[in-house]
Design a protein around this ligand. Structure first.
Ligand code: SME
Length: 173
């Protein structure tokens, strides 16, 4: 029986100072990787990561995956938070920009991002990280926050490392 991960209780919607967010994420990472140890199924990995990153990133109102289902189309995958858009073309939004370029998109204020898709009107900032397995872009990890500047470059780097380590071994994807 899994009991998730051990972190201090912090109310959802809190924007901790960046140093505290990095400490919290650094303490969660080994616990998350231990929880996923040995797992290679992409859905099991995505679902469990969505759950454990949701526990860790209390500033988020959405946390989950959009999977590449075609050359230029994403479909929603496992997530936590309010209902997300079902499909996102590569040409649209922050998730599309990440899938198109293969680059992490850190958007401190979504109102400054042309073409941002407002699945939830409350969203103010966003971080989207490419997920590769077998040398191909398979999905993006989308993190949204109702707070402006909800995510930092430091958090982006730590999460990129996590995603690369976890999905580098995903099979049958
Ligand atoms: N805001 C995202 C769309 C996904 S959802 O908000 C869950 C975007 O612009 O890509």
């Amino acid at each position: 029986m899994s009991e998730g991960i051990l972190l201090a209780k912090v109310a959802r919607g809190t924007l901790l100072p960046e140093r505290d967010r990095l400490d919290r994420l650094r303490s969660a990472l080994p616990q998350i990787e231990a929880a996923l140890a040995g797992e290679t199924d992409p859905v099991a990995l995505q679902a469990t990561l969505a759950c454990l990153l949701w526990e860790t990133l209390v500033q988020a109102n959405w946390c989950g995956f959009y999977r590449r289902i075609d050359d230029e189309m994403l479909a929603v995958g496992p997530y936590q938070g309010g209902m997300g858009c079902l499909r996102i073309a590569f040409s649209r939004g922050v998730c599309g920009a990440c899938a198109r370029t293969g680059e992490t998109q850190l958007v401190p204020d979504v109102q400054t991002f042309p073409g941002h898709i407002a699945c939830d009107d409350a969203t103010r900032s966003e971080l989207v990280i490419p997920v590769r397995a077998g040398g191909r872009l398979r999905a993006v990890l989308d993190l949204d926050s109702p707070l402006t500047g909800g995510f930092s470059a430091g958090e982006a780097r730590l999460l990129e490392g996590l995603v690369d380590r976890v999905f580098g071994r995903a099979l049958d994807w």
